[in-house]
Design a protein around this ligand. Sequence first.
Ligand code: PMP
Length: 400
Amino acid sequence: ELAAWQRPLRADFPIVAANPEQAYLDSAATSQKPRRVLDVVHTYLTTSNANAGRGSYPWANATTAMVTGAAERVREFLGDRSAKAEEGAGAGAGPSSVHFTSGTTEGLRTVARDWLPLLLRDGDEIVVPYGDHRANLDPWLEARDLLGAQGVRIAVRELPCQAGTGDYDARALAALVGPRTRFVAVTHVHHVYGADMNVHRIRDAVGPDVPICLDAAQSVGHQPVSVADLDVDFLVFSGHKALALPGTGAVWARGERGPAFRPGGWAGTPNTAGIASLAAALDWLEAAGVERIARWTAALASVLTDGLSRMPAYEVLGCRSSLAAGTEVQRRGSIVTFRHHGIGSQDLGFILFSHGFMVRSDDHCQAGRDPRDGSVRVSLHVHNTLEEMEKLLTALAKLQ
Ligand code: PMP
């Protein structure tokens, strides 16, 4: 039985409603879209579709205002206290800025290409994660190589995440940060282990002046995220993982500390329909209650991890419970990744699909992982139900 609050929210996902026999358990790869988000896109495209930042006719003006408003919406949703401070500012101006991208990969690449060279001098060091998503490693290595080709030598220090919990090793982090550290890139919630990386502790370790760039692909839309509370300088996320259309995402950048965002926001044609969907998705999430969604998915994830821990054929990767014993690592809940000791992850994925479960099964683009070393990832959102978890556990139990 669905809780009264959840029923209308689940019913608002047309693709979920149309496929009652199937369970979508891959929201960490990309989320499904609520009807309201699709309606906003349809309305935009059928009433005022035009290019942004140009033109002197109503559709163009409406599109420009929509994009500017969506940037403001992102700032508000991310708890940016400077939101609305700059009345009339464009998407690229003000004390903080929002730059729309196609997702987190492009967002991190944008930070690496447009900001990082402005922050670094010859001999500086940067700390980047190793063992997180490749999207949060490759751009920093590429930036190092490009700068190196121009005679600016940058040392990259790799911060490992720990296989047992998924969190960073605090001592390793402290040892990597030195007087020449000018930039730190980390991840908010690990996309395989589901661990919440305790950004406060990272800020404490690096000190107040070093810019921190947070890959928030697995937190925005899944749990409350506040740039003011996290005290980060760049926050990058994927709109398409937060109920907006494919090909959406954003970089939020704190203005006062780092360089102002490079102009050019209006120089190319933005993904206007996608941006409209992102603002609508954030409205939907706020109305649904992000904290409530986080609690719900955490409860479902606990059911799954508890059930799996009673089946010897399976190994759960990363921390197993909502508060892993003896560690500060928190599992906020929307991701559970596991392996079967006898069945390969691809085979397990196919078997699970034959039971109606859509899961991710491969190496999850994790840096440092052998692609053959796969696992099955279940990732949840507000439309997922206890019944789905129970049926999944029944199917998994039969495979022991
Ligand atoms: N970082 C993390 C932590 C992710 O989970 C993902 C998506 N799997 C990405 C980056 C890449 O996001 P996108 O596909 O939107 O570029």
